[in-house]
Design a protein around this ligand. Structure first.
Ligand code: PGA
Ligand code: ZN
Length: 426
């Protein structure tokens, strides 16, 4: 049974406050879990409660959320069985009582939800992924790994937010890491030769001052070849356009500063199609803004023929929005971020909904992360076969990547990565 639940304010990878929850069971099990925080957040995400007290952490303190863990959430779940996650999450949702979890704060709610899951796994004596997965077989996720950052994660050197590599040829998770590391090393080498910065952006990728988006793609292609890997066959590319964050709210147009032009939705799709012909881009996230449903339909028809089209800001891990997307033909895959919705049960239910609709599932970290590694277990339990955590260079990212190496030793015969579905359509 759950005895006590307490919160504390800890810091994330940007040095900003976030919520950690500690759960103690009456048999003495004591575990904690902490939650991440985004920078390029979607408007429809669950509410992250910040104190707004400008005398501390520029208003980003989470003391109110931490107090809510003790005053609002502990009374709701104390005495419950920690292995019954759905019951616990339902109690948390009821205690908050708002659609956006704005009363307790989604950061407080998720911290408790995750800590309870970990306590449940602990008391059953099994790994977290196994605790979450029920009777299904685990699926190891193929990582899509951040190579070059732009947008809000790198002071807007480029408009597009992430240039990622997908080790599509790797048959196992360790092979995927090895190929990705080789491309990252080669990229660093090329940047140094060109006299460009190799400093890291928020997710640990490079954030150099490049001439433009095409330059980033060419750099990545050169790096793959220099690493001795086959472009498109061993390593392909993914983009997180994060278009919400350079859409002009007044006109609905997309302001591509690095391209020196302003385009409409069709213009965005033209641009992306052009890059897809030239480079092995097999996955595109948020090619259009979060409420540009008409544009999304067009993008999904045209780009979705040969690429995974992923909704992040579009869906915000929200079942209502995903259902609308499925109905309207927006995207063919969903990015899954626990803190966009606020409980583990709702996150897993969203993955089930996506699977039933034939949508791809990419479990994702946030740009602000902690050393908590539950995301790795979630990715295996969600069985989507894909995870997006950032680069291979910072410990808040490696907590997840290295946890997956440990999980590899726990999954018995299920070590193979699922086949990558999307090929470069030249
Ligand atoms: P965020 O970025 O965590 O800053 O939202 C991640 C993403 O957009 O995928
Ligand atoms: Zn995104």
């Amino acid at each position: 049974r759950i005895a006590t639940v307490r919160g504390r304010e800890v810091l994330d990878s940007r040095g900003r406050p976030t919520v950690e929850a500690e759960v103690v069971l009456d048999d003495g099990v004591r575990v904690h879990a902490s939650v991440p925080s985004g920078a390029s957040t979607g408007r429809h995400e669950a509410h992250e409660l910040r104190d707004g007290d400008l005398s501390r952490y520029r208003g980003r303190g989470v003391r109110t959320a931490v107090a809510n863990v003790r005053d609002l959430l502990e009374p709701a779940v104390a005495g419950l069985d920690p292995t019954r996650q759905e019951e616990v999450d339902a109690a948390l949702i009821a205690a908050d009582g708002t659609p956006e979890k704005s009363r307790a704060g989604a950061n407080a709610v998720l911290a408790v939800s995750l800590a309870v899951a970990r306590a449940g796994a602990c008391s059953r004596g099994i790994p977290l992924w196994q605790h979450l997965i029920g009777d299904e077989d685990p699926v190891m996720p193929r990582p899509m790994i951040n190579l070059i950052s732009g947008g809000l994660h790198a002071r807007r050197n480029l408009d597009l937010q992430d240039f990622l590599i997908v080790p599509v040829g790797a048959a196992t998770y360790p092979e995927a890491l090895e190929a990705s590391s080789a491309v990252i090393e080669a990229t660093g080498e090329i940047l140094r030769e060109r006299g460009l910065s190799t400093l890291h952006a928020d997710e640990g990728g490079f954030g150099p001052a490049l001439a433009g988006h095409r330059d980033a793609l060419e750099l990545a292609a050169t790096a793959v070849e220099r690493a001795g890997l086959r472009l498109g066959d061993d390593v392909a590319f993914a983009l997180d356009v994060a278009a919400t964050h350079f859409q002009d709210p007044a006109t609905g147009l997309y302001d591509l500063t690095a391209e020196g032009r302003v385009v409409d939705a069709a213009g965005m799709v033209d641009l992306l199609e052009g890059w897809m012909r030239e480079f092995p881009i097999v996955s595109i996230e948020d090619p259009l803004a979060e409420d540009d449903w008409d544009g999304w339909k067009l993008a999904s028809e045209r780009l979705g023929r040969s690429a995974q089209v992923v909704g992040d800001d579009l869906f915000t891990t929200n079942a209502t929005r995903l259902r609308r997307g499925v109905r309207d033909g927006a995207a063919n895959s969903v990015l899954v971020k626990m803190n966009q919705i606020g409980t583990l049960s709702e996150t897993l239910a969203l993955a089930e909904l996506a699977r039933a609709a034939g949508y791809g599932i990419v479990v994702s970290a946030r740009s602000g992360e902690t050393e908590d590694d539950a995301l790795a277990d979630l990715a295996v339990a969600a069985r989507g076969g894909q995870i997006k955590v950032g680069s291979l260079t910072q410990s808040e990212r490696l907590a997840k990547y290295n946890r997956l190496l440990r999980i590899l030793d726990e999954v018995g015969p299920h070590t193979a990565l699922p086949r990558w579905e999307w090929a470069w359509a030249r």
